[in-house]
Design a protein around this ligand. Sequence first.
Ligand code: PLP
Length: 426
Amino acid sequence: MTPERLPGHPHLAYRGDALHLEEVALDALAERFGTPLFVYSKAAMLQALAAYQRGFAGRDARVCYAMKANSSLAILQLFARAGCGFDIVSGGELQRALAAGADPTTIIFSGVGKTRAEMAAALQAGIGCFNVESEAELEVLSAVAQSLGLRAPVSLRVNPNVDAKTHPYISTGLKGNKFGIAHERALAAYRHAHALPGLRVVGIDCHIGSQITEAAPYLDALERVLDLVDAIEAAGITLEHLDFGGGLGIDYHGETPPAADALWAQLLERLDARGYGQRRLLVEPGRSLVGNAGVCLTEVLYLKPGEERSFCIVDAAMNDLPRPAMYQAYHGIVPLHGRPTLDAPLWEVVGPVCESGDWLGHDRALAVRAGDRLAVLSAGAYCMSMASNYNTRTRAAEVLVDGREAHLIRRRETLPELMRNEVLLP
Ligand code: PLP
């Protein structure tokens, strides 16, 4: 029987009436490991990475996976083995990347609030670059590096004041955002960095937002950043690399973002035209490498039909899948058995958490009964890495599928683990 693929999810398909990820029946995984369960496709991740690698063929470029999207060790290991560096935003992410076998020189450290201890740990590990986000941070980093007898390689994250046309919470390149150094201040900040004894200026960086579905904001940001590069180099400060951040969107609900290779063909054309095509290039994609490689399996606990709304209460919740509650985000929801149909009752798909904000999908047509299992789609990015223990819920287990094989990459958290750092009063 020919598998029926789900649009936008080339590695997910119904074979017979059972949903498979690669060659593995998802219901069998839910049976074996329980629910909620995150399941990822190795092939989908490598295919997403390959689009960037194709786009950069023949260039001096590196993909630094923005591990905040999904920082599970086995996933980092997969990307490290595939040649990626890492974009980190905390000392914790540094330790995770190193534990997964990352080459420290391929690590770049972003974020507006690096502490002295985090800076020292990253300097001692020998990371490739700090993406500095303020002039105050420059001073502190220089002092920390000097105290260790080192010089910190730095790139300044500039804020090009470009509208990424995405949700306000994930738009980062506008003047009013907390990120980066204002375009107008950037040249002065570069002079400042160049003069500080503990720093070595190596690059420039910009990241304008996330879930970007058009090429235009990238092209605008590129021109604005290259204007700055012209000015910085005219001032006698040479930049070894240009970092264009991450942010490329994925298809959650019919969005049509450009493919990474097509986007980079356009950007490289502009870089070539302006004489920077042979410069070392870095990118920091997160979501576009992992988002559509993952699903979250969940079981229907109860159906609660009502006059105004009918609720389908499942065992996954906002603590597992925070994006709907945080950003009103859409995730597709499909049955593990049978096929998606529009010809079924509409349900509010909600979790057990005691918050009205704990919903996973509104008005979903589902032919379901209690005990059935569902897959929440596009759950590879910003789900497990944002998961919490709210309502004292243990975090889900994770499985990586590779062809016919399934590897448990994270055991389900246990209640004793969850309480182990707490201390009762005497
Ligand atoms: N780089 C930086 C500095 C970021 O803040 C982020 C996301 O917030 C990313 C890269 C990754 O973005 P995305 O997952 O949208 O590719």
